[in-house]
Design a protein around this ligand. Structure first.
Ligand code: HEM
Length: 306
């Protein structure tokens, strides 16, 4: 299989910088070349500061993909799913390029980010920059450990990376990004037992509730799905907390070999089951951004650079 970009299956880091750009010109050949340069930048910093576990991802927004590589379209390329129900929604916000930079050093994330911006500057506007950090022992800011049920080892690749079913795009990944803002005051007013019911896991020691003890509205009930053949529907989550003393939330990132698993999970969260049991976590956090991207293999980016 073609080599996937290193940041897709990277292990959790201490820091991340997420840059979302809109592209302001139509100089696609220049952009293709610059994206290959960005990959070189990631490699350079990885070699120079190997102890910082540097990795990066370049992902191209669905609409911009048709401009950038019009002759090669990933089989399942699709816009971000448009979903709203009552006061629960998943807004779609601008994003032609999404760059994920992760490292165990905030200064390295900053240095790479500054060079990426310098390189892309004439062609892009920075729509949003978010710095994220590891919180305690890998917890979301709601206090619960996040990422426990993520696929592990070689299984990560099966879940997150396109295989030979789409040969030109083998090594690529469908990426969905949503920035959630937590309603922290409301969440903190909930008793711990209620918070645990909402996740379907215990807070302090992160133990999963037995399936028959989980509420239908629990986040882990609504996102733990099976396909018609009984196989688990899976994504690889690369989410990290972000925030300051005023605003806090989760920068949610899903990587998968198809856009379908994320779409099915989000639908289950927002619309709920046949009895209308939606994901109660959505009463305490609000999606403020959303974008669908494809992160092609290293080979694809390099091949299209000249
Ligand atoms: C599980 C947090 C949004 C998919 C979890 C867990 C936490 C968590 C704490 C339990 C531990 C773990 O296995 O990671 C959050 C927060 C979110 C959010 C704070 C938003 C603010 C989403 C979204 C999706 C998603 C949007 C997919 C559309 C999953 C999946 C699991 C999970 C697949 C594992 C379920 C299982 O098999 O037990 N999440 N999550 N999450 N989440 Fe989320």
């Amino acid at each position: 299989m073609s080599q996937a970009q290193k940041g897709i299956c990277a292990e959790p880091n201490l820091h991340a910088l997420y840059l979302t750009f809109t592209v302001v010109d139509d100089e696609v050949q220049a952009m293709r070349g610059k994206l290959a340069h960005v990959l070189d930048l990631f490699n350079h910093y990885d070699e120079e500061y190997y102890e910082a576990m540097v990795s990066g991802v370049i992902a191209i927004g669905t609409d911009y993909w048709y401009e950038l590589y019009p002759r090669s379209i990933p089989q399942e390329l699709a816009p971000f799913p448009d979903m709203h129900c009552e006061d629960r929604g998943a807004p779609i916000t601008p994003g032609d390029l999404f760059i994920q930079i992760k490292a165990d050093r905030a200064d390295i994330c900053h240095a790479i980010g500054a060079e990426v911006i310098q390189l892309l500057k004439p062609h892009v506007d920075l729509y949003e920059e978010i710095s994220s950090f590891r919180y305690l022992d890998g917890r979301d800011l709601t206090g619960f450990v996040d990422g426990t049920e993520n696929p592990k080892g070689m299984h990560k690749l099966e879940v997150a990376i396109v295989g030979d079913q789409d040969p030109e795009f083998a090594g690529g990944s469908y990426i969905h990004v949503q920035r959630y803002r937590h309603l922290m005051t409301k969440w903190q007013l909930l008793a711990e037992q209620k918070q645990e019911q909402i996740y379907g896991r215990s807070k302090a020691d992160n133990i999963e509730f037995a399936s028959d003890k989980k509420a239908a509205f629990a986040h882990t009930k609504r996102t733990n799905l099976k396909d018609p053949a009984g196989k688990s529907v899976e994504i690889l989550r690369q989410s990290m907390p972000y925030g300051n003393m005023t605003v806090q939330g989760l920068f949610f990132i899903s990587c998968a070999c198809s856009p379908q698993p994320f779409t099915d999970m989000l639908r289950s969260m927002i619309f709920g089951d046949e009895h209308g049991n939606y994901d109660k976590l959505l009463d305490f956090t609000v999606a403020e951004t959303g974008g669908a991207y494809f992160a092609p293999s290293v080979k694809f980016i390099k091949q299209h650079a000249t």
